[in-house]
Design a protein around this ligand. Sequence first.
Ligand code: MG
Length: 463
Amino acid sequence: MKRNIHAKRLFGTNGVRGIVGKEITPELVLHIGEAFGSMRPGRIAVGRDTRTSGETLILALKSGLLATGCDVVDCGILPTPALQFLVKEEFDGGAMITASHNPPEYNGVKIIEPDGTEMSDEETILLEQRLFDKSFALKPWNKVGREASAPDLIDHYINAIVGHFPPNIGKGMLVAVDPGSGPACLTTPKILKKLGCRVMTVNGVMNGTFPGRLPEPSMEGLKALSSLVVSSGTSFGVAHDGDADRAVFVDENGVYIEENQEFALVAQYLCQQQKGIVVTPVSTSQLVEAVVAAKKNCSVTYTKVGSIYVARTMHSLMNEGKKVVFGGEGNGGLIFPDHQFCRDGGMTAAMMVSILSKTKKPLSGLVACLPKRFMIKDKIATPDAQKVVKRLEQKFPHDRIDLTDGVKITRNSTSALIRASGTEPLIRIIVESDQRDHAESLFQELMKRVSECLKTTTKQKKR
Ligand code: MG
């Protein structure tokens, strides 16, 4: 069979991920190290999250990098954005052993470019080609790399975040932190204390079995955080996913803040301070557009779904001389361009302290002031997701259609996004409106059209 060399086969939008011992083996990670080292010879920083399999996999990764002549600096356990920051500041590349929000049995590798961003699709395809062809530039005995350990470099990241805010901005604030037994145990409590906050933690001891909750900071998993917030009277609670590039919040009453509302709050605050562009994927709620467009000389630019597309768009807009204020996704993954071009959970936690300190309002009050949106989310399992989404393009001739990622239909103040999932055989649907009945009516119409497209696709297959 002819291999399609133009598509990624192993890496997804956030690196390689899978179940340890099945999809993710030391052998695979060794080869990733060899492939990456062959492409980016130089000083490479590596790190990992707290997963139990991290130790074996990072040894394999380092072995591959050293064999291709790279000098490796092992930064130990740290959040993904901390490693990205360090790479941007002082390395020729980086690789992180992490499976982010996936359950404990998963692990993976994320490759970081010298500018601190994740590797682009084009470069990843080249890396995969090397991997599959076993085309590695292995060095002889006198040219292999050297390894050094630098667990203290994490402090550079902590201090850089603290340096973005006025001294003691969090003075008098009590904050509850749930690092989820992940690497943020080492960073977020420290960052907030350095900003002047008093900090309480839950799941604050690193443990790769994740005894308190799963690495995904879901509403269900954050009950302990909510209880701590309520019983201790903290100003808010913040929780991270397994590698702390995302941050989600509960308000002072222990109520979970929906992540699009979180994004909108930060966007609103930053657009008050500066004028410019906010960058986000088409999947983010219109709420963001509503609060940004309300500020003079501020606008939203949309990208494909995936933080790497947001980061790269922010970068290229700035290279064109445009002012980019902020970016990120409606899942708690926020990007602050003055800091770095990747999602950063620690920076997001610090920003929330700054927002509450400057506005002098409770978090629940800030959320209550946001415009109301009604959202319906659904998914349909089908092996023909791509084909069905393609057919839908023609089905709404009277509406505004955007094909940035999947099909986005806009009808007055109601919109619907239909996308084929990048990781599973299913179609994802998000409909939202400022009026509940409008959202429901477009959703029903959409489901009818999807079912028509599914039937046509199945019929064609049978022929
Ligand atoms: Mg993550």
